[in-house]
Write a new protein. Sequence first.
Length: 141
Amino acid sequence: MATITSDDILGKMAVDTSGDVLGIITELHIDKELKIITGITIDQGFMKPDLFVGIEHIETFGVDSVFLNKIPYQKIKGLNILNDGGEIIGFVEDVILKNHKITDIVMRKGKFSTKREVISGKFIESIAEDVVLKKHFKIKN
C-alpha cells in the first residue's frame, strides 16, 4: 500500500482536466468519524474565492501536482456555448447542480441580452474551453 502525507499534498498545484492550474492546495478536509480525506481547498489567487474540491473529483496525487478528473463547475460560468456546428449561440450564465453534478446550465444569448434559456445537461456533448452541445439541441426563439 502506497501512502502519502499531508506534506505531499499541501502547497502543490491543482490541475484540471484541460491542463489549467487552478491554484495551490492549502487545506485537507478529513471526516473525523470515518478518518478519511473528503476533499481539498484550493487557493485560486489574489481576489478569487477559495475552491473546495471533493475527493471524488481527484484523479491522482502526482509528484508536483494533484490532478482532477473534472472541470470545477465554477470554471464553466462565462464559457461560450457552441452548437454542434461550432457557432457561438450564447454563454454560460449559471450552472444548476444536484448532488454536486451538473443537471442544467443557464445560457444567456448575449452580454446585453435579457433572454435566458435553461439547457438540460443531457444536451451537453463536452465541456473544455467551450461548452459544446449535441446535434439534437434546438435553440428556442
